[in-house]
Design a protein around this ligand. Sequence first.
Ligand SMILES: [Zn+2]
Length: 135
Amino acid sequence: MNTMKRCCTNELQLKHLKRELQVLLQQLQSDLDAERVEQRQEMSQLNRTEVLDRGEASSVVGLQQTSLSRIKQLEEEINECQNALERIEAGRYGYCEQCGEEIELNRLMANPTAVLCVRCQSKDELQRNGRSIKL
Ligand SMILES: [Zn+2]
């Protein structure tokens, strides 16, 4: 018995979102590849730091940290995309991971990788902000 109702996210919209996610995933993966190539170049530059003066060397290190965090971010986004595609396949897409309610369609259209409904998301963000304020 299927207890899940599909009133908002119909087949057509689901197909559209799936397509969006696949395009997004491809884009992210090519971004990641480009970023990795760039990072390798920076690494090889870093290995030659003895020929650079102090100022140049530290700017290369700075660049490398930027590209490392960019790579990490891309990997996370790719992960989110893959998760969303898996949820579509499993028929669990479009439901909040916390309360199980349907996620608003407008929200999914704007952010196809959303896993929380607006209510849970804002609760989550409030908690996060609360934590960072204490720091
Ligand atoms: Zn929720």
